[in-house]
Design a protein around this ligand. Structure first.
Ligand code: F6R
Length: 366
């Protein structure tokens, strides 16, 4: 059942070219300029005219929501707020009929997310779901939604569900933007082509597995690790840190790289590994300075960079080169090496990667 892989997590990481492909299949055809999510068809105008989009989720799904915030705001010019379901539901939130709520959940059973949906629904909001498990509680509680079609995710650490969630949310944003006219036709068409190319680029990242295993060997005994990214790669830093801490039990934190100087920089010495997600995008030059700041304090830098990068290659202790892509789609690609890095470190530390201590696949307790 593990398809020849040692763990479900590794199998699921390696499934991603296919799971993202399955998620896009029948919905996207870049050649024909076709993009359609049947599940939200009747709600397109409602979303397009929304005053605000509220994204509600927990854990890794919340990180997918953060990526979606950047994408929706950029493409659709609709204000977005991303909420932890547990905080939203307990604080008497301001929400009403003009709000569209997108609830993201792999399992479709997370108790806090379900309760947050019921609360927003009782106040008149329109609720859309982005879930993986067909027929689970959250899709049944929403007005409409789109499944991620990633297939069953057995490993407790979410991997292929995360990339499928971002894929669906990106398609939603592109559909709305096209309807709203907030993206130039040429930009829209190019993004469709870029999205269709993601599964092949993810496959190229998987080819880096052996190289990443060697890097893991060097850092497996670390007791702390910092993950830094900016822009679209900031949520990827959070996700990289979560993956490491939950399966290897190494304390890890993700931060927006620019926030480093407001606190975390104090942690940096020769024993501190810092993972930068530093692909070529609008914030590249800024993150190069952040890398210099870490190197000046003798931190160990592992950088995920765009293929052919020479500037960061000259400063970092290790680089992991991933294929170039439109910056809005980069999280789908840059997260792959981080999943592999956590996996190998956890295996080398003798951890139970598929069932980490104290964690459950569906969190049905509040
Ligand atoms: C992390 C992880 C959890 C879940 C969270 C939400 O790898 O799996 O953080 O993402 O418990 O679960 P769902 O998406 O099922 O609502």
């Amino acid at each position: 059942e593990k398809g020849g892989y040692e763990h479900f997590m590794l199998k699921e990481i390696f499934e991603q070219p296919r799971s993202i492909g399955d998620c896009l299949r029948g919905r996207l055809n870049a050649q024909e300029g076709h993009l359609h999510l049947g599940g939200i068809h009747d709600y397109i105008n409602k979303i397009k005219n929304a005053d605000r989009i509220l994204i509600i989720a927990c854990g890794t799904s919340w990180h997918a929501g953060l990526v979606a915030e950047y994408i929706f705001e950029e493409f659709c010019r609709i204000p977005v707020e991303v909420e932890y379901a547990s905080e939203f539901r307990y604080r008497n939130p301001v929400v009403g009929e003009k709000d569209v709520v997108i609830a993201i959940s792999q399992s479709g059973e997370t108790a806090d997310t379900l309760a947050a949906i019921e609360l927003a629904k009782s106040k008149g909001a329109t609720i859309l779901g982005v879930c993986n498990v067909v027929g689970s509680s959250i899709p049944r509680a929403t007005h409409a939604g789109s499944y991620t079609h990633a297939g069953p995710e057995i490993g407790v650490a979410s991997t292929k569900a995360f990339t499928a969630q971002i894929s669906v949310l990106t398609m939603m944003a592109l559909m709305i933007a096209n309807k709203k006219g907030t993206l130039k036709e040429s930009v829209y068409r190019n993004l469709l082509i870029e999205l269709e190319a993601v599964p092949d680029k993810v496959a190229k990242c998987l080819d880096l597995n052996a190289q990443i295993e060697l890097i893991a060997e060097k850092y497996k005994d670390a007791s702390n690790c910092l993950y830094l990214g900016r822009g679209y790669n900031f949520p990827v830093a959070l996700e990289g840190a979560l993956k490491l801490k939950e399966i290897s039990y190494i304390h890890a934190e993700g931060y927006p790289a620019a926030e480093m100087k407001h606190g975390p920089i104090a942690l940096i010495d020769e024993n501190m590994p810092v993972v930068f997600i530093a692909t070529k995008d609008g914030s590249y030059e800024k993150i190069v300075s952040n890398i210099q700041e870490v190197k000046a304090r003798k931190g160990q830098v592992i950088a995920v960079v765009t293929e052919g990068d020479t500037e960061i290659a000259a400063m970092a202790d290790h680089i992991i080169e991933v294929p170039a892509a439109h910056e809005a789609l980069m999280p789908l690609i840059s997260v792959i090496p981080l999943q592999l890095l956590s996996y190998h470190i956890a295996v080398m530390r003798g951890c139970n990667v598929d069932q980490p201590r104290n964690l459950a696949k569906s969190v049905t307790v509040e």
